[in-house]
Design a protein. Structure first.
Length: 129
């Protein structure tokens, strides 16, 4: 791999991290605003972080594949299940979704709060209109 390729990967990784951080900040703000259910709202109560992250980056015109890959890598690095990091089982997650209570999962909320400040400090996120 030449230096240009290494720089491209590093740049893509930094860009992905920035978008992921911006997602965490925007999602956390949505939680703190009382989980508004307005028309056109990006975030939804009946989905977990991966789906909401995809909705966010899709809204700002970014490919979702890198974001999902990074999310799953972060879950694994923290010894969490890559697909169900905050739930006891698939049944538990699907029940949470059905009841529209994903946003109330304390492990998910703690993860978001931790990652709002962990990587990028206090940078302002890009919050789509």
């Amino acid at each position: 791999m030449n230096n240009a390729e290494k720089n491209e990967i590093k740049s893509a990784s930094a860009s992905t991290r920035k978008h992921l951080h911006d997602f965490y900040v925007a999602y956390n703000q949505w939680l703190k605003n009382g989980v508004p259910e307005t028309e056109g709202e990006i975030f939804v109560q009946y989905s977990g972080l991966c789906t909401n992250a995809c909705r966010y980056v899709d809204e700002i015109g970014v490919d979702t594949e890198d974001i999902l890959e990074q999310l799953r890598a972060d879950f694994i690095a923290n010894e969490l299940d890559e697909l169900l990091p905050f739930n006891e089982s698939g049944t538990h997650y699907h029940e949470e979704c059905r009841l529209g209570r994903c946003h109330l999962n304390s492990a998910r909320v703690a993860w978001v709060e931790k990652h709002c400040i962990k990587e990028m400090g206090h940078n302002e996120p890009h919050i789509p209109d």
